[in-house]
Design a protein around this ligand. Structure first.
Ligand code: KIV
Length: 269
């Protein structure tokens, strides 16, 4: 008989219930060992399709294939015990129809063991979000600046600078909430619009480049650790690991070159 209580993962209803309550802490992660660290502090971990750029050197998220998301999703689930793991649906795997979206979302959930999927889009994705949630797939929505639509948007531009566009963004937020999303990422929108969105919906808003008044925040882990050479202006760096890694690699290279690197004798002793 076990004498320790099993650690339970954060559930979708628990995240949903945090609307207006304790701020939700979340970060991205793409691999087992960083996920294990993040797991101690985050309510949910997003396996974001930003991994295409951060891990694989792509120019955008457009080229990220489903299998790559599944591979990284599986690693993050393996490395974690308590956070809810949410996996992004990559471009081209859900927009065509609710049926296509269901097939691919079910594949992600079965093959990774994650607890929910995320997809981009507001009112235009409401029917799909409803279809998925009715069939047992929890959906986190993503509105505002939606990187998979960057070609249509003309780049990664802050949304809502023109007040005339606010009604459409608020309509997106209300539509995904009414369709059954349990939370939504609100990315790259001006602060007063993010605040209006947060007030307009009864599910948590997770801000990134949005507003401190959102119900939670998310950042790309490598951005806040100082591992990416370029980061958006709104990202605060909580670490500066790039130079630390470079120093370690340079020390190692010096030891190898000067033959002061420990030999086999030392390694196996
Ligand atoms: O792909 C990603 O990392 C994301 C976050 C920026 C929210 O969608």
């Amino acid at each position: 008989m076990s004498i320790t209580a099993p650690i339970r993962r954060m559930t979708v209803p628990q995240i949903r219930a945090r609307k207006g309550g304790d701020p939700i802490v979340s970060l991205t992660s793409y691999h087992a060992h960083t996920a294990a660290i993040v797991d101690k502090y985050a309510d949910f971990i997003l396996v974001g399709d930003s991994l295409g750029m951060v891990m694989h050197g792509m120019d955008s998220t457009i080229g990220v294939p489903l299998d790559l998301m599944i591979m990284h999703g599986r690693a993050v689930v393996r490395g974690t015990k308590r956070a809810l793991v949410v996996v992004d649906m990559p471009f081209g795997t859900y927009e065509e129809s609710p049926n296509v979206a269901f097939r691919n979302a079910a594949k992600i959930m079965k093959e990774t063991g994650c607890g929910a999927v995320k997809l981009e889009g507001g009112a235009r994705m409401a029917e799909t979000i409803h279809f998925l949630t009715e069939r047992g797939i929890p959906v986190m929505a993503h509105i505002g600046l939606t990187p998979q639509s960057s070609h249509v948007m003309g780049g990664f531009k802050t949304q809502g600078r023109n007040e005339d566009t606010w009604a459409a963004h608020i309509n997106d937020a209300v539509a995904v909430a009414e369709a059954g999303a349990f939370a939504m990422v609100v990315e790259g929108v001006v602060e007063p619009l993010a605040d209006k969105i947060t007030a307009a919906v009864d599910i948590p808003t997770i801000g990134i480049g949005a507003s401190a008044q959102c119900d939670g925040q998310i950042l790309v882990l490598e951005d806040m650790l100082g591992l990416n050479p370029w980061v958006p202006k709104f990202v605060k760096k909580y670490g500066d690991l790039g130079p630390a890694i470079e120093q370690a690699v340079s020390d190692y290279a010096d030891e190898v070159k000067s033959r002061s690197f420990p030999g086999e004798d030392n390694i196996y002793r």
